[in-house]
Ligand binder design. Structure first.
Ligand code: F6P
Length: 547
């Protein structure tokens, strides 16, 4: 048995889970009119209501005890101080250092003051962003830049693209931003088709600068540019890079002064606060980028200082551990209602699943408890007409985060009210459900025959008791979005600590990557290695013969 399972709080929670499984949230709400006050946290720009979970005060006390017994606060201190808590890669975890605005205190990593490095980088970004946006950065033919194409994948794509989409409303149109992540040529071809090479600036974003998809797209973009400009030197005017491996970017032909640095202590999926967020800053202006960082910084301060019971990211993590590890949920839905948050679930999918989707502890032992759920989701309002049937009536319970905003940034008469009416209705329906007695009474009141009622009633029953968190943002703006993203980042960190997961490595992506490189060689040489299983070999053969 793992040492986690021997903790007093763990044992208590296991017992509580058995008791709670036979309870219904309707009863918990009927017996306690103060659930909302007890189980919600309000911060200046966002509110978390977690009362619609199968919890009571005893559960929360035990979950807090679990956070204490697993030393969440001590680990938090280590992370912010730059200790190498990414054990398998022997790295510090300091994406928070990227948003320590107005804090000049030195932070030393491997003998270097990274506060200074971050400030220098921000300065370089600011200068570059202003130059491009104000039309002083000119392309090979002397024309200003109108279009930015960010080439990157995973953390070098999802964060910046999600934020660009979320904050569309704040873009002044100084430049148009496009994203290319897929190595399927269909994407880059479509993105480049309407563009004029004279006005395009490419950002090649890759922490390692070895990622095949990104390198392939970058080379294609360079060919596209140089075949129009007839000049290799035009690359200097149209390509910048963001990477922790400058030499790799220079080998690709990118000028040294056009390279923005990154550091080992920033994980790809936590990197949008670094120069990986360059496309965001180009789109919105540097001030708005700083507001985004500021919002994240506010959440950092809250995470550091708020007592665990009032600590939003900690509570989010504890509720997830409760629903997954103790109550047995296997997946979790992320359901934003604002249109501009349409990429949030994809972003959080990488953030949480690449971080904590693991099954050995940091000591390398197999875990003997469920770790994190699979994360999925979509815009809630679209989901209502697609998969909510499953959320309401399937025999799998899927806890869900509902994310909405009080004030619409693009008000159109009546729309936001309809949107939010659905938002509130869904969490109530998922929690309360409707029992057979109510269904029958309702059908009878509608004048239905007894035969019809017998036939249809079982299908109309909603058991309810489906856990949800509600996150209400004041409005979607750079600062609030920064806070929201940082809340999830810290949630993921706390989950990792409690579950003893190395949240900041991603070895699980290496096996497939390596194999793909070998298979690519085989496809190019038209020779299939004997080491493949018969399924893979036959598929490759089919592909080659049909080509
Ligand atoms: O898919 C694995 C991964 O390493 C992610 O962690 C990362 O965000 C992505 O690939 C892109 O990596 P890079 O920025 O080095 O190109």
């Amino acid at each position: 048995m793992s040492d986690r399972q021997t903790l007093a709080s763990w044992k208590k929670l296991k017992q509580l889970a058995l008791d709670k499984k036979s309870q219904h949230m309707n009863t918990l709400f009927a017996n306690d009119s103060k659930r909302f006050e007890k189980f919600s946290i309000e911060l200046p720009n966002l509110l978390l209501d977690y009362s619609k979970n199968l919890i009571d005060c005893e559960t929360i006390d035990s979950l807090i005890a679990l956070a204490e017994e697993t030393e969440v606060c001590q680990w938090r201190t280590k992370m912010f101080a730059g200790d190498k808590i990414n054990k398998t890669e022997e790295r510090a975890v300091l994406h928070t250092a990227l948003r320590r605005l107005n804090n000049d205190e030195p932070l030393i990593v491997d003998g270097e003051n990274i506060t200074e490095q971050v400030q220098q980088q921000l300065k370089k970004m600011e200068g570059f962003v202003n130059k491009v946006r104000e039309g002083h950065w000119l392309g090979y033919s002397g024309k200003r830049i109108t279009d930015i194409v960010n080439i990157g994948v995973g953390g070098s794509n999802l964060g910046p693209q999600m934020v660009t989409e979320a904050l569309k409303h704040y873009s002044d149109g100084a430049v148009n931003v496009h994203y290319v992540s897929n190595v399927d040529g269909a994407q880059i071809v479509e993105v480049l088709r309407p563009l004029d090479p004279q006005n395009v600036l490419f950002i090649v974003s890759s922490k390692t600068f070895t990622t095949t998809e990104t390198m392939t797209n970058a080379k294609t973009a360079m060919k596209w540019l140089t075949s129009a400009s007839f000049d290799e030197k035009s690359v200097a005017k149209h390509f910048v890079a963001v990477t922790a491996h400058k030499e790799n970017a220079m080998n690709l032909g990118i000028e040294e002064q056009n390279i923005f640095g990154m550091w080992d202590w920033v994980g790809g999926r936590f990197s949008l606060w670094s120069a990986i967020g360059l496309a965001i800053a180009l789109d919105l202006g540097f001030d708005k980028f700083i507001e985004l960082l500021d919002g994240a910084s506010e959440m950092d301060q809250h995470f550091i200082h708020a007592p665990l019971r009032d600590n939003m990211p900690t509570i989010m993590a504890l509720i997830s551990v409760w629903n997954t590890t103790f109550l047995g949920a296997r997946s979790q839905a992320i359901l934003p209602y604002d249109q501009t948050l349409h990429m949030l679930s994809a972003y959080l999918q990488q953030a949480e699943m690449e971080s904590n989707g693991k099954s050995v502890t940091w000591d390398g032992n197999e875990v003997d408890y469920a770790t994190v759920p699979s994360i999925w989701g979509e815009l809630g309002i679209n989901g209502q007409h697609a998969f909510y049937q499953y959320l309401h009536q399937s025999n799998n319970v899927v806890p869900a985060d509902f994310i909405g905003s009080v004030e619409s940034v693009t008000p159109v008469f009546g729309h936001h009210e309809t949107l939010m009416a659905n938002f509130f209705a869904q969490t109530q329906a998922l929690m309360a459900g409707v029992n057979e007695e109510q269904v029958r009474a309702d059908l009878k009141a509608k004048g239905r025959t007894p035969d019809y009622i017998d036939k249809v009633a079982p299908h109309k029953v909603h058991k309810g008791n489906r856990p949800t968190n509600t996150i209400l943002l004041k409005r979607i703006d750079p600062k609030t979005l920064g806070s929201l993203i940082a809340a999830y980042e810290h949630k993921i960190f706390v989950q990792g600590i409690i579950l003893q997961i190395c949240s900041f490595d991603q070895w699980g992506v290496e096996l497939g990557k390596g194999l793909a490189a070998e298979i690519q060689q085989e496809l190019e040489n038209n020779s299939i290695s004997a080491k493949h299983d018969c399924s893979t070999a036959s598929l490759m053969k089919f592909y080659l013969e049909a080509n």
